[in-house]
Write a protein that binds this ligand. Structure first.
Ligand code: GLC
Ligand code: CA
Length: 564
């Protein structure tokens, strides 16, 4: 595998709306990000992905773009963006923007024009079909946010348009070369401004299985998940190869795909040396326990499942490419509230558990991609009623749960566990009003635990979660260990031991052993003979006797060991 300029970095996702507000309107903004660049540099971050800041009606929090060439005034101006790029560069931080081109907003001029004249050139930018009122829709796919993927074209009672996501997110017709050309031009325009690259949103969806047809219904609503259609869609990689050739490759840009449902044999074409993306997120862990019926039917993740998913992904990437490893993002609940057993964060040893989870994920082979607040161990929030919930996906899942017979209180438990709001509550900077996020009224309620859980407090506490993340990042940058941390081969260690997640990272010179006692109970862990040097430990003690580690609950260590 070729080495790339970004492999050794640590990446960080910012959800701008919730990161730092600079002007008291309750909405995080670009000037807020600029103010926090020193924070990111000192933490050791080398790449920052910004969730969308383009002009948008915010029907799906910016993932519905009405102008790809401008910044939404709520987030700032183009001058702010240019300043951010310059200031980030000074600190050796590359800025990555979100590329949302499966769909645009229904308020984008292309869609407006398509509505005005569906038979004109912009009609071909979307999937518009004749369908007189009362007649059967072109197909029975269910949108990701619930309901059919078809809606009447505004101003027309006899035509419908396709939206795999919200009805305010009409799908762009990638089969039309004009659409592809317009997208590539826009990408290059941004790369010319000095962007390091893009995170590519929902990209697997750009290829539809055509012509539209029904699939067997998979829920009582008579509809069928889009996932089913995606199994039949052929040729997404032809589009993506073309895109890479016309854009990213010319700039040696970084590109990370949000890819779900890829076909296993296609992995090299996605992220191999000649792949269309630099890398993609490993979502294997996020898929554990999911159920096609909806969130309400999900099962909680066990340590064994987590371990199995992580190791399977490491094997998949071996010799092919380099994944991005995450425990959370803006679409997922907080990792510590999801992958640790219920209540583990709150109990004694909660910080140790958070550090263990973070460490196990961070030390895997791949690019560690932290999500804002992960570095201080931010947790899920709680809502008592659905009216308090902003996330459109959670609102839909609440209804699905009610239809399945859950009580409102039970449905809220489900929402509280999986809602995307969990990741979107404002960053907890300190214990002043609104956690230092805004002087105004925050657009989404701050997690009330901010009085205890905040960056300022953790800076002052040597054994805080935050200081532990700093140590992880420092190890990744340590010239002695960097090669092993970045490129070392992953080899599971005693994988058959329940609730132990341990693995070697075998580098050219150094071999590391990463060990996590994935349970709230002590245990004995046999270590390979002799020569262990402790590089990281999430607890003060390291009780080793005759090559047996007497591990405390949630203990996590990284050892420098002799190559065996
Ligand atoms: C991606 C985004 C998500 C958004 C969806 C539609 O999954 O991460 O936030 O809702 O695409 O753009
Ligand atoms: Ca603001």
């Amino acid at each position: 595998m070729e080495q790339k300029w970004w492999h050794g970095k640590t990446a960080y996702q910012i959800y701008p709306k919730s990161f730092q507000d600079s002007n008291g309107d309750g909405i995080g903004d670009l000037r807020g990000v600029i103010q926090r660049l020193d924070y990111l540099r000192d933490l050791g971050i080398g790449l920052v992905w910004l969730s969308p800041i383009y002009c948008s009606p915010l029907a799906d929090q910016g993932y519905d773009i009405s102008d790809y060439y401008n910044i939404d005034p709520r987030f700032g101006t183009m001058a702010d963006m240019e300043e951010l790029l310059r200031e980030a560069k000074k600190r050796d931080i590359g800025i990555v923007m979100d590329l949302v081109v499966n769909h645009c907003s229904d308020e984008h001029p292309w869609f407006r024009e398509a509505c005005r004249d569906p038979d004109g050139p912009y009609g071909q930018y979307f999937y518009i079909r004749d369908c007189p009122e009362g007649q059967k829709l072109p197909c029975n796919w269910r949108s990701y946010f619930g309901g059919p993927v078809w809606d009447y074209l505004p101003g027309h009672k006899d035509k419908v348009y396709l939206h795999l996501f919200h009805r305010k997110q009409p799908d762009l017709n990638w089969e039309n070369p004009e659409v592809r050309r317009a997208v590539y031009e826009m990408i290059n325009w941004w790369l010319d401004k000095g962007l390091a690259g893009f995170r590519i949103d929902a990209i697997i969806n750009i290829k539809k299985a055509l012509p539209f047809r029904d699939y067997p219904a998979d829920r009582p609503d008579g509809l069928c998940s889009v996932d089913r259609m995606l199994k039949d869609a052929q040729g997404v990689l032809d589009f993506l190869d073309e895109m890479a050739e016309e854009t990213f490759r010319k700039y040696d840009a970084f590109s990370v795909g949000e890819v779900f449902n890829e076909k296993p044999e296609e992995l090299p074409r996605f992220i191999g040396d000649r792949g269309c993306f630099s890398t993609m997120f490993d979502f294997a862990e996020t898929e554990i326990g999911q159920d096609p019926r909806g969130w309400y039917a999900h099962k909680r993740v066990t340590a064994e499942q987590y371990k199995a998913a992580a190791f399977a992904s490491q094997r998949k990437a071996e010799g092919v490419g380099y994944f991005c490893n995450i425990i959370e993002n803006h679409d997922e609940p907080r990792g510590v509230s999801r992958y640790l057993p219920a209540g583990a964060c709150a109990g004694p040893g909660g910080d140790a558990a958070k550090k263990m989870l973070g460490g196990l994920n961070f030390m895997l082979r791949g690019l560690p991609f932290l999500y804002q607040g992960q570095e201080i161990g931010m947790e899920n929030t709680r809502c008592e009623t659905i009216a308090e919930v902003d996330d459109i996906s959670a609102r839909d899942q609440y209804q699905v749960a009610l239809h399945a017979g859950l009580s409102p209180a039970e449905a809220m438990e489900v929402v509280n566990l999986y809602s995307r709001d969990n990741a979107r509550t404002p960053f907890q900077w300190d214990n002043t009003k609104n956690a230092g996020f805004t002087t105004g009224k925050p657009w989404l309620r701050v997690n009330p635990n901010y009085t205890q859980l905040n960056l300022e407090a953790q800076r002052r506490t040597p054994d805080s979660v935050w200081n532990f993340y700093r140590a992880l990042i420092a190890l990744r940058q340590d010239p002695v260990y960097q090669e092993a941390v970045v490129y070392g081969r992953t080899e599971p260690y005693l994988p058959e031991l329940l609730n132990l997640m341990a693995y070697y990272r075998r580098g050219k010179e150094k071999t590391l052993l990463v060990v996590g006692n994935f349970q709230g109970r002590p245990r004995r862990i046999p270590l390979p003979e002799g020569g262990q040097k402790v590089l990281l430990n999430n607890l003060p003690a390291f009780d080793l006797r005759q090559d047996i580690l007497y591990a405390k609950p949630w203990q996590f260590v990284v050892l420098d060991v002799e190559p065996q």
